[in-house]
Design a protein around this ligand. Structure first.
Ligand code: SF4
Length: 916
């Protein structure tokens, strides 16, 4: 405990802190232009000087640490005089035309001028006359307004670790600059906007920033892109989003965002292509706008004809929890089907299935913030800096603090720059590699015997299984050298706490569940689970994919992973919903398409999903949907899937509704409505409730004629009309809490004070940071014996290269949002196929050539990028571009037997040069 006096105020402090921060925490204002809470002390602007008894001169408080007994004065006449002189010097090189500066009224110089009471400037103005960079995406740089506080340089280097800018030139010409003054697009810049947010003046400013756009209100909500769940502030003027800023208090992001969250939102929300009225397909194939009344009544009449096996519902990981809860309730109680699924089927279904078997719960075991304190980070099948950029920052931070990062990925990804070890294995050989790592751990007796004996089962069978594995075979199968495997094993097993982060490189295989099993084995073997900064952490892709799974948008479980084949659970839901529920497990998304293809599924309701681009084999998906008798799509845009529908219902964006999202670390967060829904668009939950009520009206009418109408479902029973009469999403969350033990203590009232991580079983429970602390959800952790199986299709003479897929930093999923953002399209306008130089040479191809990529299922045309980042024999593409739909090439025929995941990461292809 340290005691100091600042301006006569007694202050007690427990932690090591600077005088500046001690003053700030205790309400004493000290001016500064270079201080930023998350950056190392800098002392550049010298405005935060103070008089400190016993210290010579005027030390800067932001670089002086508190010592017991210090007496500090921050605002004596002498100090203020000195500050005025320092401030005048700063302003002597800063254009003072506030009235024409877009940053007017938000500029930190104005705040300090007001504090110091500056009335007149006596020093002459020195014109810098520096070129203004105004032709780069998203923001302009006018260093004539720069005061050299260094915040932009420091945030880029210290927090983002991008080193895109540093100080260049000398004297009056000094500016923050890219190397060789290259444009930002050609530097390391990732357009995260951190420099824009941190610049105290108008030197770095969004392109469309205007004084006239100072907001009417600021609404805090959650980024609608990835599963990190960054908290953002939407600035609203006249019902339009005018600017987006990061929330410094955001629990997952602490003031950081990536390019998508920072610059990729307002254009898609207000885009001219938004559907703002219900659309009905006309006989000539065009769409006509119709009223909600007409749309709901016709759709309800059609849907009322189908139930059980004949109909299927696909919901969305972009919807809120409340939307998804209502969608599954609608499918189960109104359509009497468990054919309800969503895009998690194509991303983390193997995690849900695999971890549920080995641990009892398929979610991230630990929290994002814990990554920074891990001693070892094993990142496998995840390109975090592109797919979960703010988690990427935590990894970089941990490395800066001395953690050892091991990257296992077939590609050389950005994180390899920070890695202690990088292992590049052949796509699809994860089981062999991870079994090899486990074998070394056991052979060298590095396992946590006590943990295993006390908390796990099936260990003896497991080590017998490992004893049959030879490292030489592993080396041959994976292409990774034995020595590297041994080093990896030793580090992961001994440098604790060790955490595993994994992504779709692990799950998007027909043996995805096996991959999850072997990852789980590693954590159990070393006791790296149930403790801080350890665990098994599947990084969920979409913003609410965790929530969509939690809400029961899966064919085998009700909300909270309560199994539909458990009679007592079903009875609980039947009692609450006052209706009989179909006991038959439903179809997965991939199975729905197969059944639609053979006309067993006859009608489909797709909410917020674009499976034409995201599901494997475009031809098959398209044919399946066109075989349907009736398809309704609910979306914000006329997506490739919506174009095939009989009716398209306009849903509103995240900015136009209330609700909650659950991020990848199980954190439930409020989504707050910032603007009115555009046109006639509505929240998904509201549309589904209206539709449910319309169908129930028709069913009630039919039930009156039940004797004469044998088509009425045997499950149908009267009495559930009230089940869709919600006034607001808060009421829906109350129902979720009643039926879902892991959400039992979650309510809007609590969430408005603090986010909560499930399990949160009752209203006094604080939520859970770390799963499986004392015991596993299933009781004991289960070791699984898994043998390597080759991928379904392997390269041959006709298709000699393995195509694998990835995601890009600048785009998201099927591109329906990011492709609408001009700045993003400028940086990343088209698909590229990356190929190793040796393969390019063999095929006589060069960088920039166009090729046809041909698989057994189709072909697409794409531009070539020759790159050392891919291994020889492997080519890589993303799947964000509708013009070159990568998943058209993928195999839909074979599925993972447990999770029903198709093969999306290994697809043999051939390349043919094309000129057009
Ligand atoms: Fe949004 Fe994810 Fe980027 Fe955060 S890291 S801003 S949640 S896309």
């Amino acid at each position: 405990m340290k005691r100091i006096i600042i301006d006569g105020k007694q202050i007690e402090l427990e932690n090591k802190t600077t005088v500046f921060e001690a003053a700030k925490q205790n309400g004493v204002y000290i001016p500064s232009l270079c201080y930023y809470s998350q950056l190392a002390p800098h002392g550049a602007c010298r405005l935060c000087i103070a008089e400190i008894d016993g210290m010579k001169g005027f030390p800067t408080t932001c670089t002086t640490y508190v010592e017991d007994g210090m007496v500090v004065r921050t605002n004596t006449g002498l100090l203020q005089n000195l500050r005025c002189q320092i401030f005048e010097l700063i302003l002597s090189q800063h254009n003072k035309s506030c009235t024409t500066c877009a940053k007017n009224l938000r500029c930190e110089l104005q705040t300090i001028a007001a504090y110091l009471g500056v009335e007149r400037l006596t020093l002459p103005f020195i014109e810098k006359d520096i070129l203004v960079y105004n032709d780069e995406p998203f923001f302009n740089r006018d260093y004539n307004l720069c005061i050299l506080c260094g915040r932009c340089v420091r945030v880029c280097n210290e927090i983002r670790k991008n080193n895109a800018v540093d100080f260049a030139f000398r004297g009056i010409k000094t500016i923050p600059c890219t190397s060789f003054s290259k444009k930002l697009e050609n530097s390391n810049c990732e357009f995260c906007g951190a420099c824009v947010d941190i610049c105290p003046t108008g030197a770095i400013l969004e392109k469309d920033f205007r004084q006239s756009l100072n907001p009417d209100k600021v609404v805090t909500t959650i980024c609608p892109y990835c599963g990190v769940g960054c908290s953002i502030k939407l600035e609203i003027k006249n019902e339009k989003i005018v600017r987006i800023a990061p929330d410094i208090d955001g629990p997952a992001n602490k003031g950081q965002l990536c390019v998508k969250g920072r610059f990729g939102i307002k254009e898609f929300v207000h885009h001219k292509d938004r559907i703002t009225s219900p659309l009905a397909r006309q006989p000539d194939g065009s769409f006509k706008e119709i009223s909600w009344e007409e749309a709901l009544s016709v759709i309800a009449e059609k849907f009322a004809k189908y139930q059980g096996d004949e109909i299927a519902v696909i919901s969305s990981a972009k919807c809120t929890n409340e939307d998804d809860y209502i969608i599954q309730k609608f499918a189960r109680t109104v359509l009497k089907t468990n054919n309800i699924d969503h895009c998690a089927r194509l991303c983390h279904a193997p995690s849900v299935a695999g971890l549920a078997q080995t641990l009892g719960s398929g979610a991230m075991t630990n929290s994002i913030s814990e990554i920074a304190d891990a001693k070892t980070i094993l990142s496998i099948g995840s390109n975090s800096t592109a797919t979960h950029p703010v988690i990427g920052l935590k990894i970089k931070k941990a490395v800066a603090h001395g953690a050892k990062l091991i990257v296992i990925n077939p590609k050389k990804i950005e994180l390899c720059r920070f890695a202690y070890l990088s292992l590049h294995h052949k796509p699809g050989t994860d089981v062999a590699l991870l079994n090899g790592i486990a074998k070394v751990i056991v052979d060298e007796n590095l396992q946590d015997e006590k943990f295993i004996r006390e908390r796990c089962e099936n260990y003896d069978e497991y080590i017998t299984h490992l004893s049959n594995i030879s490292l030489e075979d592993v080396e041959k199968i994976t292409g990774v050298g034995k020595e590297l495997i041994i080093k990896t094993s030793r580090i992961y097993a001994t440098q604790k706490p060790a955490t595993i982060l994994y992504g779709m490189g692990i799950t998007q295989h027909t043996h995805g569940t096996d991959n999850v099993f072997v990852i789980s084995n590693l954590a159990l073997l070393t006791g790296n689970i149930g403790k801080p900064s350890t665990g098994l952490n599947p990084l969920r892709g979409q913003n609410n994919v965790q929530g969509a799974c939690d809400m029961g948008c899966l064919p085998g479980v009700y909300p909270g992973y309560q199994k539909i084949d458990d009679a007592s659970v079903r009875e609980k839901f039947e009692k609450f919903y006052q209706t009989n529920l179909n006991p038959k497990p439903g179809l997965t998304l991939t199975e729905m398409f197969k059944e639609a293809y053979v006309r067993k599924v006859k009608a489909m309701y797709i909410v917020g999903a674009n499976p034409i681009l995201s599901a494997p084999c475009l031809k098959h998906s398209e044919c399946s949907l066109t075989e349907l008798e009736f398809l309704v799509v609910q979306d914000m845009f006329l997506t490739e899937t919506a174009k095939l529908a009989a009716f398209v219902l306009p849903s509103c964006s995240f900015a136009e509704k209330d609700g909650t999202y659950t991020n990848t670390e199980r954190r439930v967060q409020l989504v707050n409505k910032a603007i009115k829904p555009l046109g006639e668009s509505r929240s998904d939950w509201l549309i589904v409730c209206e539709l449910a009520k319309e169908i129930l009206k028709i069913r009630r009418h039919l039930s009156l004629q039940k004797e004469e109408n044998p088509t009425v479902s045997p499950f149908y029973k009267e009495g559930i009309e009230g089940g869709f009469d919600f006034q607001n999403p808060s009421g829906i969350m109350d129902e979720i809490a009643k039926l879902t033990p892991i959400y039992g203590g979650i309510s809007y009232k609590r969430l408005s004070e603090k986010t909560l991580k499930w399990p949160c079983p009752d209203e006094n429970h604080p939520g859970t940071d770390i799963l499986h602390r004392e015991k596993f959800t299933r009781g004991k952790g289960l070791f699984m014996k898994v043998s390597y199986k080759p991928s379904t299709e392997l390269p041959d003479d006709d298709y000699p290269l393995i195509l694998t897929t990835e995601r890009l930093l600048y785009h998201y999923h099927t591109g329906s949002f990011t492709r609408k953002v001009d700045g993003i399209n400028k940086i990343s306008p088209e698909e590229h196929l990356e190929i190793n130089p040796s393969d390019a040479e063999k095929l006589g191809l060069s960088d920039g050539d166009f090729v046809k990529v041909v698989s057994r299922r189709g072909e697409i045309r794409v531009k070539l990028q020759v790159s050392e980042n891919v291994l020889p024999g492997v080519v890589s593409m993303s799947f964000h571009f509708a013009e070159s739909p990568t998943n058209a090439l993928m195999n839909h025929a074979v599925l993972d037997p447990v999770s029903k995941m198709p093969e999306l990461k290994v697809c043999p292809v051939a390349l043919r040069r094309t000129n057009n």
